[in-house]
Ligand binder design. Structure first.
Ligand SMILES: Nc1ncnc2c1ncn2[C@@H]1O[C@H](COP(=O)(O)OP(=O)(O)O)[C@@H](O)[C@H]1O
Ligand SMILES: CC(C)(COP(=O)(O)O)[C@@H](O)C(=O)NCCC(=O)O
Ligand SMILES: [K+]
Length: 250
């Protein structure tokens, strides 16, 4: 069975084609198209790629979701787009939110993907439009999380409010003290994110040192900063898709 997976973020849409063999063995390919996603899917349809199922998770607006849905329907008129929403509990993972649907489905799926790769307690950091941090114990209980705005958005909104803060000269990313305005702004933001991650790593609310798994467009950057601080972390770029694959196993 050929399945098309779509992960619509607030900045980028990502998709993956995967081949589901014997109900549980999956091979996924073709990760990470940047928008416009429909154009890419259309091109692939033209060369004959046709999925048996299409699953989508979206944290973008309802309007965006509707637009994708109708475009997909035009390309593949016989297929219904299956939209994944956040449950209270599924596949061994329990959502910490009381209002369970308010937890972003990308956060849910990234945790589910992480859970599929380890039996240990873990922290998922998904660094995209927002930098989210979610803590899960080894029994699959989500402990809760943090949502931080992307560093660039914070810096830009500060510069828009402060007459003398200009962000002209961008230096390599670092968390050391700055000696020029740009470094003072950016380094402070990255330092605050890294210290928060470090604090959760050291806190061990799950009773053991958790694995730190990184995903999202800025994963590499966070990995480097964490490495400088001797905090072990690993990038698993396709965490959301790995989570979606769980939905294909029943
Ligand atoms: N080539 C790129 N195009 C767009 N964003 C990029 C790129 N490389 C890194 N980024 C960073 O990745 C972020 C988007 O990451 P992503 O995880 O796809 O976001 P989202 O899931 O919110 O759509 C951007 O905000 C930017 O900071
Ligand atoms: C926190 C998010 C904005 C992250 O989105 P992303 O950076 O992946 O585009 C998204 O998961 C979301 O809209 N969540 C709803 C609020 C919540 O999770 O509590
Ligand atoms: K994110």
């Amino acid at each position: 069975m050929i399945v098309l997976l779509i992960d619509q973020g607030n900045t980028k849409a990502k998709y993956a084609w995967c081949d589901v063999i014997e109900n549980k063995k999956h091979q996924a390919s073709g990760f990470f198209s940047s928008a416009p996603i429909i154009h890419s899917i259309e091109e692939q349809a033209l060369v004959g790629l046709k999925p048996d199922r299409i699953l989508m998770a979206s944290v973008a607006s309802e309007a965006n979701q509707k637009a994708i849905k109708s475009s997909v329907q035009e390309i593949y008129p016989k297929l219904a787009l299956e939209i994944i929403t956040t449950p209270t509990q599924a596949y061994g993972l329990t959502n910490a939110y009381q209002a369970h649907t308010r937890l972003g489905v990308d956060r849910w799926l990234a945790m589910l993907g992480a859970k599929a790769t380890t039996d240990k307690a873990f922290i998922v950091i998904d660094a995209g439009t927002a930098v989210t941090l979610d803590v899960v114990d080894k029994q699959g209980n989500h402990q809760g999380g943090w949502i931080l705005p992307n560093v660039n958005f914070c810096a830009e909104s500060l510069a828009n409010r402060a007459g003398k803060i200009e962000l002209k000269q961008l230096n390599p990313i670092s968390i050391s003290l700055g000696r020029v305005t740009e470094d003072c702004v950016y380094n402070a933001l990255y330092a605050s994110h890294i210290q928060l991650i470090k604090s959760q790593y050291n806190e061990q609310i799950t009773g053991e040192k958790p694995l730190i798994l990184l995903a999202g467009g800025d994963a590499q950057l966070y990995l480097e900063l964490l490495q400088q601080e001797q905090v072990p972390a690993k990038i698993v770029t396709n965490l959301v898709f790995l989570g979606m694959l769980e939905y294909l196993s029943d």
